[in-house]
Design a binder for this molecule. Sequence first.
Ligand code: TYM
Length: 340
Amino acid sequence: MSTETTAPAVQKKRILSCIQPSGIPTLGNYLGALKNWKKLADTFDGTFAVADLHAITVRQDPATFRKQINQVLALLLAIGLDPDESTIFIQSHVPAHAQLAWILNCYTQFGEMSRMTQFKDKSAAHADNVNVGLFAYPVLMAADILLYQADLVPVGADQKQHLEIARDIANRFNTIYSPTFTIPEPYIGKQGARVMSLQAPNKKMSKSDPNPKGYISVFDEPNVIVKKIKSAVTDCDGKVFYGEGKDGINNLMGIYSCCTGLDYDRIAHDFDGKGYGEFKAAVADAVVEELRPVRERFAQYIADKGYLEEVAAKGAARAARVADRTLMKVMKKVGFVLPK
Ligand code: TYM
């Protein structure tokens, strides 16, 4: 008989995050979220989804929507996520998301949803289509997270309020019944959590900005990136340092810091006595080099439809195994008669 004992397997902590295929992702999505996904996926058990169900809260053109879903899937591979290590899938391929969202709707108060700032902003921006899905959006997001018992959710600062509501819903359910959901923590990077528009640096950089000069798309060619950064709004002070009233420069410093790993003091020191022109050229260079491998790998993945289908199918099957287990647990606690 062997006397050898095997140490119990240590369960890796779980991270989950999603991105909407509602346009071409921007440098904001990349620095605020995707770059951290890749970093964390190396040490955590990662689950990442293309949140297509969320995207239809705003009207989508079917052909463009289909194309964008595939593009975002290819992008997840292009940033370096490995489909053998992480679970990568398309949200609508796992029906448990919509099912749990419905159940959680019944444990969420109208008043709490009415306070969501993103709902207020988006309903103002799409006044002709303030649909119930847009209102209940954070509940679907809670379902995405809670189905996978995620410990950590890497997001940009704009998603913090949604994370708080997901925690509230989970705590409420756990209190009414018994511990069912892991309470997720947000992971918001120190830098890059809120990349601002290049044209209006008091507003978040967004893929739905009607002015393309305001954002850098992850697929922009180097010459386009250089042009956009050159024309970024700054101030007339002419000195590179992080400070009040310098939103444009602060934003460029944040972007540069994310791409180079240098802190603000070091950046201010390196550009002491140099003008904004020189600084902008350095920022543009750093962004071009940061996005170059992503753009190149993306071109390979998007051309291989068969491989993308394979990744999506394998990811959905893997995701569904975890998600269905949580859903059944929830249904049992609520008192549903479970399917045999
Ligand atoms: P979405 O698709 O708008 O954005 C994807 C991720 O990018 C981050 N982000 C930014 N970060 C820094 N600066 C910016 N300018 C910027 N713009 C966007 C977002 O914070 C996000 O992390 N509701 C989510 C998608 C979602 C989700 C989830 C996220 C659906 N289910 C479950 C986490 C967990 C959204 O609309 O992200």
